[in-house]
Design a protein around this ligand. Structure first.
Ligand SMILES: [Fe+2]
Ligand SMILES: [Fe+2]
Length: 299
């Protein structure tokens, strides 16, 4: 039994839709794909991309990312309504958005795959933000498209939108799982994931080559409360997306993996790492786990 990871396929780029179409139609027919958000804000294209993948894999698990909830075409009144619409669409085309046990045929050998809905916490949202100060930044994030295309309804019972999404996961947190647990979210669960293991080198490189000196990604990267849920669930592997910087790292006994397709220009300029292999194998019952010798990362 094999499980693969992928995220941020952004099929509003025709090249990315083409990339999906070129994935083998026979290699994965018994396999499972975890798709960690950011497919497309255009609902017909999102459905087309999910259907292409559905035809190639035995199972697809998915959580929406921020781009999926953009309202550029006024198809919904707000982004929660769009979130619900996407979940309904997933139900119709057999894409899984709730926890499920995946086992090998004729055996109890398998895993639980648990989607975690999430959103990022900005520094003003309080505990849980992954914010790190950056000299010269513009805190209003004028170039961040979510500020223009995401619209939330009034949610009186929740302090932040991140809390609203995390609350949806709670009913799954304290259940007993009889097989290893694999979790996934669109957003980053830990501050460390924004950097490679040599953070000092990253910061030196960023100071030299920062194309957007006023933009501070850590304001919109993720939320450490996702990691609290990952830990409560006893997760073995956590898949995430959003940053478009692919990584594979073990921290405190959880393997964190990001495998984004990203934008064509990010691949052309070498900022997306490892995607030429296609979808990333993260679990294979015919091999020893957890493939420590295959760990790779980039920034
Ligand atoms: Fe993305
Ligand atoms: Fe994203």
């Amino acid at each position: 039994m094999r499980i693969f990871a992928l995220s941020d396929i952004h099929v509003d780029f025709e090249l990315n839709m083409h990339w999906l179409g070129k994935l083998s139609s026979c290699d994965y027919i018994n396999d499972t794909l975890i798709l960690a958000g950011d497919v497309c804000d255009e609902i017909d294209r999102l459905q087309k991309a999910l259907s292409i993948l559905r035809a190639k894999f035995a199972n697809i698990f998915f959580v929406p990312g921020n781009h999926d909830l953009w309202l550029r075409r006024k198809e919904c009144n707000d982004s929660i309504e769009k979130f619900r619409l996407i979940l309904e669409l997933c139900r119709e085309i057999d894409i899984k958005t709730v926890p499920e046990k995946i086992t090998e045929s004729n055996s109890n050998n398998g895993v639980w795959i648990i989607p975690l809905f999430s959103w990022y916490m900005k520094p003003e949202d309080g505990r849980g933000s992954l914010f790190i100060q950056k000299p010269g930044e513009d805190p209003s994030l004028p170039m961040w498209s979510d500020n223009h295309y995401i619209k939330w309804p009034v949610l009186n019972d929740y302090k932040t939108i991140a809390d609203y999404f995390l609350k949806m996961n709670e009913k799954y947190i304290h259940k007993k799982y009889d097989l290893p647990v694999i979790t996934f979210s669109h957003f980053l669960p830990r501050e460390e994931m924004m950097f490679s293991e040599d953070r000092k080198k990253d910061l030196v490189r960023l100071a030299k080559f920062d194309r957007n000196p006023s933009f501070n990604f850590s304001r919109v990267a993720g939320c450490s409360k996702i990691d609290e849920q990952i830990r409560q669930l006893g997760s073995t592997i956590h898949i995430y997306g959003h940053q478009h910087r692919n990584k594979d790292r073990l921290i405190d006994n959880v393997r964190y993996i990001s495998h984004c397709l990203g934008y064509p220009h990010e691949r052309q300029t070498g900022r997306i790492y490892g995607i030429e292999q296609g979808v990333k194998l993260i679990w294979d019952t015919s091999k020893d786990f957890p493939f420590q010798d295959e760990f790779e990362e980039s920034y």
